[in-house]
Ligand binder design. Structure first.
Ligand SMILES: [Fe+2]
Ligand SMILES: [Fe+2]
Length: 179
């Protein structure tokens, strides 16, 4: 049987690749003092549809939910709260970026600064979020699940968030890197 954690780790690899492209883009917007409207749309789609809906969806709506039925140790409980809070922060950044983009397009040129601040905050937050999940949470969390529960988790990942979604975003990042 495949370990469902591998899917999440694969997704982290893709997010990390996206973050590298994002870092370059943020610096470019900062230097040129110009909003790249098309790239902002790519960011909000990647953050919203891939990171939040598909990836956090697997973590929060499936993995965390199974763990909520277990008797977790204190450290694991704390980590889950921290991870949930960070997912919430990502949602906040997405909605702020969408708002700032329309403010900028409506003539508020200062909104670019807010977007850059939010993106830099995201770039700071997310790598450590991935690191905690990869180095601690996944490995320790999966130990609470029976083999049957792990299989069930894998099936839910695949039915609720079909692999085609990951493939779509791999193609997007491939394309960004080729530019
Ligand atoms: Fe997460
Ligand atoms: Fe994650």
């Amino acid at each position: 049987m495949q370990n469902p954690i591998n899917i999440l780790i694969e997704e982290h690899k893709l997010i990390t690749r996206f973050l590298s492209a994002l870092e370059v883009k943020v610096k470019e917007m900062e230097t040129e003092n110009r909003l790249d409207e098309q790239f902002i749309d790519i960011i909000t789609d990647f953050f919203g549809s891939f990171i939040d809906r598909s990836h956090h969806g697997k973590e929060e709506d499936i993995f965390f939910k199974i763990l909520a039925q277990k008797e977790l140790d204190a450290e694991m409980k704390e980590i889950i709260i921290k991870l949930e809070n960070e997912h919430e922060m990502v949602r906040k950044y997405i909605s702020q970026i969408i708002k700032s983009k329309s403010a900028y397009l409506n003539g508020d040129l200062n909104a670019l600064k807010t977007i850059i601040l939010d993106l830099n905050a995201f770039l700071k937050l997310y790598p450590q979020h991935i690191k905690i999940e990869n180095d601690y949470f996944f490995e320790n969390g999966i130990k609470y699940l029976s083999v049957a529960e792990q299989e069930e988790m894998q099936n839910k990942f695949n039915t609720l968030h079909p692999p085609a979604i990951l493939q779509k975003y791999i193609a997007l990042v491939d394309n960004l890197e080729a530019k």
